[in-house]
Design a protein around this ligand. Structure first.
Ligand SMILES: [Zn+2]
Length: 671
């Protein structure tokens, strides 16, 4: 090898960090804590009158915890004093310890915490609507391929999209140096100028990138407020600060991309929604206002972009980033973004996705919540319709469940790690799709099914010995004894009564049974598995009804108590399964706590994760290198244009459900 080449390599090695690579593990596997139940895309809605021989009465039930139930009392939380943390805004984050919810001295599970899980299982068992889906929801995602610089131009109220060239504006506050013969610019001079017109002196230089390829660099050398000879017209684009950023930009118009005013206006609506997300500190954890220049942990939520002002103006220019896609029908679609690597919104709303039936047609409300009182799914006719003015009352009322047992012995405190918010943009897990570049906008795309958390035993030892820095909260939980509650019902048909009873005990009225619900907090960590058992059923029977002219109608009735053995008929009998019991059997992978409890030592129920398999661990990898999100991005890279692994629909087959973890290793070749 010639001498000078060696020198070159030596220099590179000194300047660059050790490169990492990711590989699929052959030995470690995970089973995702949530799963999707594949169900029919068609909702059964029936029009029917409630028959006269209706049933009214009460079930007395008991909840037996199989794993600890966490029902935190948020009003009585206490700060964990030895767990202080500064967030990226240098603000102190507090972590809390929550006592179990109580009424008086008694631990209690509120009726609403039982009702929700009962309803979602009943919805799945009966092909009912998705009552938690809200209308007008859109899914946003981070982009994989970069967006192109563009200018939204409004002239006399007509919208056009123009492509643009991005010129780099070196910023002093970011530690940039001026280009040769150029000026350096100050943050405070440009931050309030987003979209503002500017004249600038430019230069095109070819520079060599790391792989030795020549790439063009468009440079700004000087700016002016007035047009001077040799100066061109452009518009300021001010992005968010990201690590190692050196430049802001000036966009210069190139050519018209689209004059379809309607299409462009629609895309502008996406932008507004995206900005809302950026400004929501629940979603954007780096959101801070005002941001400091050059602080990579400060994110201003694109506050510098006044979308409203642009919308209201008749003539205006707005620098944005855009992506062009041609869909299956050869129609061109645009996505707009505020950053070249940012969020964008899928065109297809959740209403449209859930509106589709098996045959692809849209009918009634599809799987969206029922809204017509005369045409209800089974869950809406039993539990009532939600969130509608023309609401249809519920036929059942669930009381709070009161603890019955030795409180001091039963209550223990558990450490919890941070729980995640759902990421429907993780297509390989959430969506059934062939064309991953179009995602939810692909014609065939559908959500994977109904989402449920699996039953499994929490890793108590790992949680107990959790590093204090990883404790997000502490919660009191109850893992023994039982809770007693009642379910009052009114005017049910015989079928509804049978189904309600079968639902409560899941066709297995036995406290040692395996078919359970998930209640309360900490579900992704294995908490909240509970068995419900019916202890008795009392029905109110009308003997007669005497009309009294003075007193109005008076009802005479008595309660008939049914004994435990009468409840046998709602149990699953192998020979003769009713529809409801068959559906429970089909849902066993989600309801049965024994399915994922005896896993081999190399498999655990956990979110996708990365293990550190580097030989040399003297350097600390960044937090991102080992983050769960890395598993998803590497999964996409490994498969080329589609993910290497997808989350299979729920089944009891462990081999079908488990996925390999990723391993972080040194990249010997790229060292
Ligand atoms: Zn419904």
């Amino acid at each position: 090898m010639p001498k000078h080449e060696n020198k070159q390599n030596g220099k590179d090695e000194k300047n660059s960090k050790i490169k990492y690579k990711y590989e699929i593990s052959n030995e470690k596997f995970f089973i995702n804590p949530y799963t999707f139940l594949k169900v029919s895309k068609t909702v059964n809605r029936e029009e029917k009158e409630q028959p006269l021989e209706s049933h009214t009465g009460v079930f007395v039930c008991r909840i037996y915890p199989k794993t600890p139930l966490l029902i935190p009392d948020v009003f009585k939380k206490k700060e964990i004093v030895d767990r202080k943390e500064k967030n990226t805004k240098n603000k102190e984050i507090k972590h809390f310890s929550y006592p179990f919810f109580r009424l008086g001295d008694n631990p209690v599970i509120p009726g609403s915490s039982i009702r929700g899980p009962l309803r979602s299982v009943y919805e799945a068992l009966t092909d009912s609507c998705y009552s938690t889906a809200r209308s007008g929801q859109y899914i946003t995602a981070r982009t994989k391929s970069p967006f192109l610089p563009g200018l939204l131009i409004k002239e006399k109220g007509k919208w056009e999209l123009h492509s643009a060239t991005r010129y780099l504006l070196p910023m002093k506050d970011y530690g940039a140096r001026p280009f040769d013969k150029g000026k350096i610019f100050k943050y405070k001079e440009v931050i309030n100028n987003y979209g503002g017109r500017v004249y600038f002196k430019r230069e095109l230089k070819y520079i060599e990138n790391r792989r030795g390829r020549r790439i063009p660099q468009y440079r700004v050398l000087d700016t002016s407020e007035i047009k001077e000879p040799g100066y061109e017209e452009g518009y300021y684009y001010i992005g968010e600060y990201i690590n190692k950023k050196k430049y802001e930009s000036i966009f210069k118009e190139k050519r018209i991309e689209s004059d379809d005013s309607e299409v462009i206006e629609k895309c502008f609506e996406q932008l507004k929604e995206i900005q809302k997300k950026y400004m929501d500190d629940k979603i954007n954890q780096k959101f801070v206002s005002p941001r400091e220049p050059g602080n990579k942990d400060h994110h201003g939520g694109y506050k510098q972009v006044d979308l409203k002002k642009f919308e209201e103006a008749n003539d205006a220019v707005l620098p944005i980033w855009y992506k062009k896609n041609t869909n299956k029908d050869k129609k061109v679609e645009y996505y707009f973004s505020l950053a070249n690597i940012g969020r964008f919104r899928y065109e297809t709303s959740l209403d449209e996705i859930l509106g589709k039936q098996d045959d692809g047609r849209m009918q009634d409300d599809g799987r969206m919540p029922c809204h017509d009182v005369k045409k209800l799914c089974k869950a809406c006719s039993l539990f009532g319709m939600v969130g509608d003015e023309e609401g249809f009352g519920s036929h059942i009322r669930i009381t709070d469940a009161i603890f019955d047992g030795n409180i001091d012995k039963a209550i223990k405190t558990y450490n919890l790690t941070e729980l995640r918010t759902p990421h429907p943009s993780y297509l390989p897990f959430y969506a059934d799709v062939n064309d991953y570049s179009l995602g939810y906008d692909a014609a065939e795309c559908n959500i994977k099914g109904r989402k449920f958390y699996r039953h499994f035993i929490p890793d108590y030892e790992a949680l107990r010995s959790l590093d204090i820095k990883k404790i997000d909260s502490k919660m009191e939980g109850i893992g023994e004894g039982s809770f007693k509650f009642k379910v009052y019902f009114e005017n049910l048909t015989q079928e509804q009564l049978d189904e309600l009873a079968t639902l409560l005990c899941l066709g297995e009225n036995n406290k040692d049974g395996n078919l359970c619900f998930k209640l309360g907090h900490g579900k992704p960590l294995g908490f909240g598995s509970a068995k419900i058992v019916i202890e008795s059923l009392e029905e109110r029977n009308f003997n007669n009804c005497i009309a009294d002219e003075n007193e109005g109608a008076q009802e005479y009735y008595k309660y008939t108590k049914k004994i435990y053995s009468d409840l046998e008929k709602w149990n699953i009998h192998k020979e003769e399964l009713s529809d409801m019991q068959k559906s429970i059997e089909a849902m066993r992978s989600i309801l049965d706590i024994s399915v994922f409890t005896n896993l081999d030592a190399n498999t655990k129920v956990a979110y996708p994760y990365v293990v550190d398999k580097r030989k040399d661990k003297s350097q600390t990898p960044s937090k991102n290198d080992l983050a769960s999100s890395k598993w998803f991005s590497e999964n996409l890279k490994l498969g080329g244009d589609r993910p290497r692994y997808i989350l299979n629909s729920s089944s009891t087959d462990i081999n079908e459900q488990k996925l390999p973890v990723m391993e972080l290793k040194e990249d010997e070749k790229r060292k």
